[in-house]
Design a protein around this ligand. Structure first.
Ligand SMILES: [Zn+2]
Length: 819
């Protein structure tokens, strides 16, 4: 009896469980678009669907800084889901030209910007539609849905909105529910823009996503966004400039997808625009990065950034329901086009990976082994292959000279060839400068990795042979019972982390202002000297120092004597004690949330050194005497630094405080009484009266523009801010702001005749950069103001700039006494 009944019972349960599959409305209790859902609710719904549908797998791929799950669903026919691993491998084999494939892979990424919040709502609706009414698309298509790329930002927005919204919702633009407070929900926990981070992979969300993305390398990738509330909808094809690596098929297929969307939008009478504004150049976006890996990468932008309903300037009410409907429509339409063109997508995907036409066959880099290690880390995250050069002479474009020449590779030289799966991405990331067909772009126009990492490099038209990169031998320092102390080099971020770790464990450290020699070994400026004498109170001094050095993999010289072979001995005034600084960082209204985030992330995750963040709201009431350093992110401080505010700040500086001003914050000090910093203004040499036609004004203003270009900068390497650097540095210039050289004070990084190595810089803007400051220090009483005109922490990716910031914290005018 039992044995006969069992199959029926099972069947009943199977039937029951599928029958329980609920629509988003039934599950959530409201139609998508009627409310903003919290991330946890969205995850619950996806789990529910995966549990009740054989067409869906749902996985977690990581956790955010605030411990929210990062997730993705894989959706296809029941048959395909059973053979998913086989489909995936076949797809990658097709890219490698080892097999043919016929299934289309579409990846839909929702809500990378947390406060563009309609898209996550749409993801639930689209998931449900795919497994119910649109099942036929899934026969030859695998759809991957990441419902929330940025859960921390999304919840920051959704929770805030749910807290302040009126009931029923208020459609006035003045209502609080349409006006987010600083920093807004757009960025992630560390206030990074995740749609600028794909290539640099500084953030946990990106790092975890890339692992899954690399497993799939989809044919089509869509990044769902929102734009201003008065701009109805944007979809592909994208705007110029397109990177030259983008294939004719990729361009053409964007149009094909766009036309399919247009069909649906026209039917409903919904407005949209294409081919404007959103270009395909900077490689760190959710459209370009996938494009450079063979996908049709696209950005869709819905009018939004507002609550459940608002009266737009054009006089109609824009509702969340409409926003969801539009994103839902383009999502499904994308899958439809892929489904109808699966064969073609697979064929073209295969040809994309033929890299034989790339002009540069190899990029070879040499230099500081810590910097090579940092670059290897990045390449590993992208699963880009590389090797170690056997020592030889290579001719090609030499980055440092900015022209053709020859280059001798050393033992530790890194070779990255373009005849690999990701050869086109290699080309985009390493090429000395990107070809620009149009100067008006949405983002920076230069990012070449050798300059960003401070490595000498050559781009060669011949392939350079390489062997496996040998891992660095493990460093094991042993404690020295007798002797004067330890010495360690100073020229990389890894050295900076070592210093931070020593200071956190209350070890006194000195740095040398001049080169010296000990035990026959030469040490350059900035080298760390850790003496027994300074740390007499520590019983386990030797064990502690060597343990920290081993943890940080830093090589110590155990100095038997403090007597120098040449240069100063350890007791010399040239070898200065580093005061462990108490550091305050400003945040909040008036400051750039992105730059504050870069600083916050840098201290917490990279340097690993504590800071006190202070909001501009109550800054004027804070007793600054408890701090040694105040970091002022990019921002507008006109309110904070009114007459009395500036007076207070100056008296704190005079008594020994140090301000580090970044980017726009530098302007706050220009032209101020008792300071000699001055801003250079571009001369307006236009005809007067201005006869430039209206339609040309935008182009004309480009003459004054700099959009993220690389400039060759002179460095005074004898100044403590530049310790660890040579006399040339390639700076990433983000705008055309220019300051004159300091008459008094120190010009540490500066331009004489500006040499733009890569990226767009307008003719007037270049002229205005003549004799201008990049990094400098001005003294005021006992204290200093440090000007970082170019932000060295920009998006956390300009690796070679970071030591200027660290030096400013620990070495520049570091008063021995606490105020
Ligand atoms: Zn966006």
């Amino acid at each position: 009896m039992k044995t006969i009944l069992l199959p029926f019972v099972l069947l009943f349960f199977v039937f029951q469980s599928y029958a329980q599959l609920q629509s988003p409305k039934d599950f959530l209790g409201y139609e998508p678009g009627a409310q903003f859902s919290r991330h946890a609710d969205v995850v619950n719904y996806f789990e529910h669907v995966a549990e009740h549908s054989p067409l869906v797998e749902y996985h977690t791929y990581g956790k955010t800084n605030e411990r929210r799950p990062l997730t993705y669903a894989v959706i296809s026919s029941e048959e395909n889901i059973k053979n998913l691993e086989q489909i995936r491998k076949r797809h990658l084999a097709n890219a490698r030209n080892e097999a043919e494939a016929d299934i289309a892979i579409v990846w839909l990424s929702y809500n990378v910007h947390g406060n563009e919040a309609s898209s996550t709502e749409a993801s639930m609706k689209t998931l449900y539609a795919l497994i119910t009414e649109k099942q036929d698309y899934l026969e030859n298509t695998v759809v991957i849905i990441d419902p929330t790329v940025n859960p921390d930002g999304r919840d920051r927005y959704a929770n805030w909105y749910n807290q302040v919204k009126a009931e029923p919702y208020n459609t006035s633009q003045a209502a609080i529910e349409h006006n987010e407070p600083w920093p807004g929900g757009r960025p992630n926990h560390y206030l990074f823009d995740l749609n600028r981070d794909w290539a640099w992979a500084t953030q946990i969300e990106t790092r975890e996503r890339l692992k899954i993305y690399n497993k799939w390398l989809p044919h089509v990738h869509v990044d769902f966004h929102e734009q201003g509330m008065n701009e109805p909808y944007y979809f592909a094809p994208a705007a110029e400039p397109f990177h030259e690596i983008i294939t004719p098929f990729q361009r053409e297929f964007q149009t094909e997808i766009g036309k399919n969307h247009a069909r649906y939008f026209d039917e409903e009478g919904w407005l949209y625009f294409t081919k404007e504004r959103f270009d395909l150049l900077y490689p760190s976006y959710g459209d370009t990065y996938p494009t450079y890996l063979g996908a049709i990468g696209m950005t869709y932008e819905q009018a939004g950034h507002v609550g459940l309903g608002i009266n737009t300037d054009e006089g109609y009410e824009l509702t969340l329901t409409d926003r969801v409907e539009h994103h839902h429509t383009t999502g499904l339409s994308t899958v439809e086009v892929a489904h109808k063109n699966a064969e073609r997508l697979n064929k073209e995907f295969n040809s994309f990976f033929d890299n034989s036409q790339l002009e540069n066959k190899s990029y070879v880099l040499k230099g500081n082994s810590d910097k090579i290690a940092a670059l290897r880390n990045l390449l590993d995250r992208h699963e880009i292959e590389y090797g170690q050069a056997s020592s030889n002479r290579i001719s090609g474009y030499v980055y440092e000279q900015g022209k053709s020449g020859s280059f001798t590779a050393g033992e530790n030289s890194l070779v990255v060839n373009t005849n690999q799966l990701k050869g086109k991405m290699v080309d985009v990331l390493f090429e000395p400068s990107t070809k620009l067909v149009d100067s008006l772009t949405y983002d920076i126009t230069a990012w070449s990795l050798p300059y960003a990492y401070g490595l000498d490099a050559v781009a060669s038209k011949r392939q350079v042979s390489a062997e496996n990169f040998a891992d660095r031998p493990e460093i094991k320092n042993t404690p020295q019972a007798s002797g004067a102390g330890y010495v360690s080099k100073w020229n990389s971020m890894q050295d900076a982390q070592f210093l931070a770790a020593l200071l956190k464990e209350d070890i006194k450290v000195r740095f040398s202002e001049v080169p010296f020699e000990n035990e026959g070994k030469k040490f350059d400026r900035g080298s760390l000297v850790i003496t027994k004498s300074d740390n007499r109170s520590l019983e386990d001094f030797d064990e502690k120092v060597t343990r920290i050095a081993n943890e940080q993999q830093r090589e110590l010289l155990a100095a038997k004597s403090s007597f120098a072979g040449s240069g100063p001995d350890f007791g010399s005034p040239e070898i200065k004690v580093i005061n462990t600084p108490e550091i305050a960082v400003l945040r909040g209204n008036g400051t750039s949330s992105l730059n504050y985030g870069e600083i916050w992330y840098f201290f917490e995750q990279e340097l690993q050194y504590p800071i006190t963040s202070i909001s501009t709201d109550y800054f004027s009431g804070v007793d600054l005497s408890q701090f040694d350093v105040l970091v002022m992110p990019e921002g507008n401080y006109s309110k904070l630094l009114d007459e009395s505010g500036f007076h207070n700040l100056k008296s704190w500086i005079r008594s020994g405080g140090k301000v580090i001003a970044i980017g726009r914050a530098v302007s706050e000090f220009a032209g101020k009484n008792s300071l000699n910093l001055k801003e250079n203004k571009t001369e307006k040499d236009t005809v007067s009266p201005n006869l430039i036609p209206y339609a040309q004004r935008e182009r004309e203003s480009a003459k004054n523009l700099i959009t993220g270009s690389i400039v060759k900068t002179k460095i005074d390497k004898t100044h403590p801010m530049a310790f660890g650097y040579d006399d040339t540095y390639f700076s990433l210039k983000l705008n055309s702001r220019s300051f004159s050289l300091l008459n008094e004070g120190y010009n540490v990084g500066y331009l004489e005749e500006p040499e733009v190595i890569a990226g767009f810089a307008g003719s007037d803007a270049i002229k205005n950069l003549e004799n201008s400051l990049i990094f400098g220090e001005e003294r005021l009483g006992k204290g200093s103001i440090i000007y970082l005109v170019d932000n060295p922490l920009f998006r956390g990716f300009w690796q070679n700039g970071k030591l200027f910031f660290v030096n400013s914290l620990f070495f520049v005018n570091n008063n021995k006494f606490r105020l």
